[in-house]
Design a protein around this ligand. Structure first.
Ligand SMILES: Cc1cc2nc3c(=O)[nH]c(=O)nc-3n(C[C@H](O)[C@H](O)[C@H](O)COP(=O)(O)O)c2cc1C
Length: 187
């Protein structure tokens, strides 16, 4: 369990932030991967991305190819939901956030430096993600001349946590509008 009914809302908030930070730092932590949901044009779209950083300002950062469908979806509708699940602790975290896309600006440049030489080709494919190809190898071709690297920044508006527990499940909502005070909800 990550927290119990006897913990204070503010203590749980701090525990939660700590756990999200661990997710960004530890590749083996289950919060390392999150589901990113966008509005999509006809259907909601959801996919896994890596949590690259969880900042002191509570911003979630991920990397992507700027040509990917999610970027256009974020340009159309910047409101997203993020989803994390910790199977051992049986905790679910749901976040409502606003997205901004960073290409070749200071933030993107700073993070590009952190991408290893080996990994850089993931943002340098000749064809954009989702392009139809005759065979997989065609899609692996990359050119180092151009990079399509971008940083997605998700600024949360609300954060909801659900702790499964035998004695009774625990659900709390934290909102930016209330200064992240937190309120218990019926699970
Ligand atoms: C474990 C895992 C981690 C992934 N991490 C990322 C990531 O950090 N960034 C990313 O753009 N796609 C990542 N993907 C691929 C996405 O889930 C998705 O397939 C791809 O980005 C295309 O999505 P889109 O067409 O909705 O833009 C990851 C997939 C898996 C299975």
């Amino acid at each position: 369990m990550l927290f119990s009914a006897t913990d204070s809302l503010s203590a749980i908030w701090q525990t939660l932030l700590h756990e999200l930070q661990r997710g960004a730092l530890d590749p083996k932590h289950p919060f390392r991967y999150l589901s990113l949901a966008t509005a999509g044009t006809q259907f909601p779209q959801v996919r896994t991305v890596v949590l690259r950083q969880f900042t002191a300002d509570l911003e979630f950062l991920a990397y992507t190819d700027v040509r990917s469908s999610k970027v256009q979806e974020l340009l159309d509708v910047p409101r997203v939901s993020l989803h994390f699940y910790h199977p051992k602790k049986q905790v679910q975290v749901r976040v409502k956030a606003l997205a901004t896309i960073h290409v070749e600006d200071e933030l993107a440049q700073e993070h590009w430096k952190r991408v290893s030489e080996k990994r850089r080709s993931e943002y340098q494919s000749k064809l954009g993600p989702g392009t139809r190809v005759e065979a997989p190898a065609v899609g692996w071709e990359s050119s180092s001349e151009h990079s399509y690297f971008s940083v997605l920044k998700f600024s949360p508006l609300s954060l909801e946590v659900l702790q499964l527990a035998r004695e009774g499940h625990l659900r709390i909502q934290y909102d930016l509008a209330s200064g992240w005070q937190g309120v218990w909800l019926v699970p």
